[in-house]
Write a protein that binds this ligand. Structure first.
Ligand SMILES: Cc1cc2nc3c(=O)[nH]c(=O)nc-3n(C[C@H](O)[C@H](O)[C@H](O)COP(=O)(O)OP(=O)(O)OC[C@H]3O[C@@H](n4cnc5c(N)ncnc54)[C@H](O)[C@@H]3O)c2cc1C
Length: 404
């Protein structure tokens, strides 16, 4: 890595520095390469961004950053966005690296932060279990210390990208004699080892991104524990806040591969193409969907400025819940625009295919990372200060909770 110095001084000097670096290094053709922008050229570019310390400029200098303020880092992000270059802003959006930086041991940070930022390793989330989803504190996967490592046994489910993952962020029970939130620990579990059995699940969209993961006598080195033993619930809150802050932003778009106009708002372009742009009801529905998206962008900007490194923000829940409603609503308006034609399916009907896919895929955001109902509970309790919902097993040692 270069001996880059922390940028101080005026925003203008910083803007000039970023612009000059981009001018010297950015080649937009990496986004249009044969592998759809995810190939070798793309990875080499991300490596360059990391090395130049633009990937996570808010982070400390010793961890790939420049120690910039939020305001300064936004200048960097704006310059990257201006030329369409990816790779910066990982200090806001990289769930795994942010969690690791905030809570990981020095040894684990030294080993994995660089490869994660450079996209060299694939990660997954080993949270949900058949008996613990919304009530994540009820997980039954166990981790037991044995010398210098933990031995993990249990089952996880709905694990996205588990089939290719190198590491999973795992929440497991390490103490059964205390109430459920107090006996959990948080680990980086190496996935490529005997005892990790990954079985794909078929989704409603006919894809298989999810998996069941069976863990039998799986080994996790002690240095892969994040935060203190039995304090995993707090680490999980940090990780969940990062996940929720980017879930809506990462939602997939149409999948038919037949390009849509990029000249105007996608719903307006679709209505124009379908010949219904003059229909007053459709115009009203499109206007409402666009207004929701714009409003949410403003709220997200507010939430992100609230999220300092290593903390969680309840305002994030508003953004994720809003994005879930927006995705369902936009898919509904697409269907309205296409009318009966949206009942068609397959490659000969790409617009219908996209409307149907987006309708089904909208559930990704309204279930994954915490359901809409759970987001409402969080907003009610932590933002609005309403009374907490009753939880009869909250103070009972987990071993005595019914079902164990
Ligand atoms: C696209 C996608 C990707 C996912 N990826 C991962 C992943 O990579 N790793 C991982 O670990 N998990 C993953 N999940 C799982 C996801 O986190 C869980 O599905 C989610 O937390 C809900 O848990 P559950 O399915 O067990 O439903 P349950 O918790 O059984 O909930 C069932 C229903 O009851 C409602 N409900 C439950 N409790 C309450 C309450 N207290 N108040 C009001 N309503 C309530 C819920 O809102 C829901 O409608 C993913 C899910 C999806 C859809």
């Amino acid at each position: 890595m270069d001996d880059a110095t922390t940028v101080i001084g005026s925003g203008e000097a910083l803007r000039d520095e970023v612009a000059a670096w981009l001018k010297a290094n950015w080649d937009p053709s990496v986004l249009t390469s044969a592998q759809g922008g995810r190939g070798e050229g793309y990875r080499a570019w991300i490596g360059k961004v990391v090395e130049a310390r633009w990937a996570a400029p808010r982070w400390p200098v010793e961890w790939f950053g420049r120690g910039l303020s939020n305001e300064q880092a936004r200048i960097v992000e704006r310059e990257f966005a201006r030329v369409g270059a990816p790779g910066t802003g990982q200090d806001r959006t990289q769930l795994y690296a942010n969690t690791l930086l905030a809570k990981g041991t020095e040894a684990l940070k030294a080993k994995l932060i660089g490869p994660i930022l450079r996209g060299e390793i694939v990660m997954c989330l080993l949270y949900s279990e058949p008996g613990a989803g919304s009530d994540l504190a009820g997980v039954r996967t166990r981790a037991e210390l044995d010398g210098d490592h933990y031995v993990v046994n249990g089952q996880k489910v709905w694990t996205s990208t588990a089939a290719t993952a190198d590491y999973g962020m795992l929440i497991a029970r390490t103490n059964w004699d205390v109430p459920k939130h107090q006996g959990l620990s948080f680990f980086f579990l190496p996935m490529k080892q005997p005892g990790v059995d990954v079985r794909p699940l078929r989704q409603i969209t006919d894809e298989s991104h999810f998996n069941e993961v069976f863990l039998t006598d799986v080994i996790v080195p002690e240095e892969n524990l994040l935060g203190p033993l039995n304090a995993g619930w707090g680490v999980l809150q940090t990780a969940l806040a990062y996940e929720r802050s980017v879930m809506g932003d990462n939602a997939r778009g149409p999948r038919s591969g037949v390009a849509e106009s990029t000249e105007e708002e996608p719903l307006i372009a679709l209505a124009r193409e379908a010949g219904v742009l003059a229909d007053p009801v459709i115009r009203q529905e499109i206007a409402k969907a666009i207004a929701w998206r714009k409003l949410n962008a403003l709220n997200n900007a507010r939430a992100k400025s609230d999220l300092a490194q290593g903390t969680s923000s309840s305002i994030m829940s508003l953004g994720k819940l809003a994005m879930s409603r927006i995705l369902h609503e936009e898919a509904r308006v697409r269907t309205l625009i296409l009318g009966a034609g949206s009942l068609l399916e397959g490659k000969d009907y790409p617009r219908a295919e996209d409307a149907n896919f987006l309708t089904l895929n909208a559930y990704f955001t309204s279930i994954g990372g915490g359901t809409d109902q759970i987001q409402r509970n969080i907003i009610g309790e932590r933002v609005l200060g309403l009374p907490k919902e009753p939880e009869v097993d909250r103070d009972v040692p987990f071993r005595q909770v019914r079902g164990n």
